[in-house]
Design a protein around this ligand. Structure first.
Ligand code: RUB
Length: 318
């Protein structure tokens, strides 16, 4: 239990962060938890797994990759604990492998949209977006990257460190300089925490501002998103919950105490409508945002019927 709670805590505190990494960490934790469980009774095993799944799925509300990963592992079957455990291990390892391959494949597909000499703007720190940028660079294309700081948690520092490590020419800018620099940008490449059935993309707060500035400048916006970032719940008309994080990420408690009447708002993500997105680059191919529903229904295999008929089984996980 201790390790399970530690992993949940690391996801909550963002020591483990980024939608893809969170998903892989949750799948790995479910696998390890199943290995550690010393019970002989299959109903007890199932109950404990379900509680672990709920704990992990509830750590961050916006990244749909998280419940999708948990659900992928919780599809396990087996009449005995041994069988069930083996299936959990197989499904978790399969998910992690597919996820890593997906990020690589997205890089290969997305790099085709990058031209020699391009300046790319990116936001926050997305492994999938960086995969595209890194692959374009590896193919010998001469590119420049403009990366935002991504306040308040400054994930942009991770991005510039990674890009610099790869030898890619990179500039770091404050988030409010996005429109100022957009005239120099050929392509915007960002990641996603969730993609809805109507093709909207939920990503780090400020992404919609980038997309708006790009639209005004007629600059293309590519979203890099593995298929497990697509949200089956949105087929049922649900909205993706936007995580509101602690005020202390924006202002220290000490400073905040000086302004008694001031409330601090700290949404971690925002919604970019599909009109501002040219392409969503998935491992299943580069698609227009209008095709998001098809990915959910055909690729993830979750249509409305299946979801409603098995809703109780996936209570809290879909
Ligand atoms: C991270 C973020 C990333 C997406 C995609 O937010 O918004 O752009 O999660 O990342 P946070 P990846 O830092 O709050 O987790 O492509 O790595 O899955």
């Amino acid at each position: 239990m201790k390790q399970l709670e530690e992993t949940a805590g690391k996801i909550r505190s963002m020591e483990i962060r980024g939608a893809g990494r969170i998903a892989r960490a949750a799948a790995a934790e479910l696998r390890d938890y199943a290995m550690r469980l010393s019970v002989d009774d299959i109903p007890v095993f199932n109950e404990k797994m379900k509680n672990a799944a709920k704990l992990l799925a509830g750590t961050r509300p916006t990244a749909v990759s998280l419940p999708n990963a948990v659900r992928a592992v919780m599809r396990y079957g087996g009449d005995t604990v041994e069988e069930a455990r083996a299936d959990v291990v197989k499904l978790a390892d399969g998910f992690i492998m597919n996820s890593e391959n997906a990020v690589k494949r997205i890089g290969e597909i997305g790099a085709r949209r990058v031209r020699d000499g391009d300046t790319i703007m990116t936001h926050c720190n997305s492994s999938a977006a960086i995969s595209i940028i890194a692959e374009a660079h590896a193919q010998g294309k001469d590119i420049n990257v403009i990366a935002t700081e991504s306040r308040p948690r400054m994930q942009g520092h991770l991005t510039v460190k990674q890009l610099d490590g790869l030898g890619i020419k990179t500039s770091l800018i404050v988030d409010s300089a996005v429109r100022y620099f957009m005239k120099d940008v050929d392509l915007v490449v960002v990641g996603a925490d969730a993609v809805t059935a109507n093709g909207s993309v939920i990503n780090k707060i400020g992404t919609s501002q980038l997309a708006l500035a790009a639209s005004e400048a007629r600059t293309n916006v590519i979203v890099a998103a593995e298929t497990y970032k697509f949200s089956p719940r949105t087929i049922l008309g649900e909205l993706v919950e936007i995580e509101e994080r602690d005020a202390s990420e924006v202002i220290s408690a000490e400073k905040h105490a000086e302004f008694q009447g001031v409330s601090v708002k700290n949404p971690a993500f925002d919604v970019t409508p599909r009109e501002y997105i040219d392409l969503i680059c998935t491992e299943a191919g580069a698609i227009p945002p209008e095709m998001a529903y098809i990915i959910i229904k055909d690729f993830l295999g979750w249509g409305i019927e299946e979801m409603t008929s098995t809703a109780s089984k996936w209570e809290g996980l879909i």
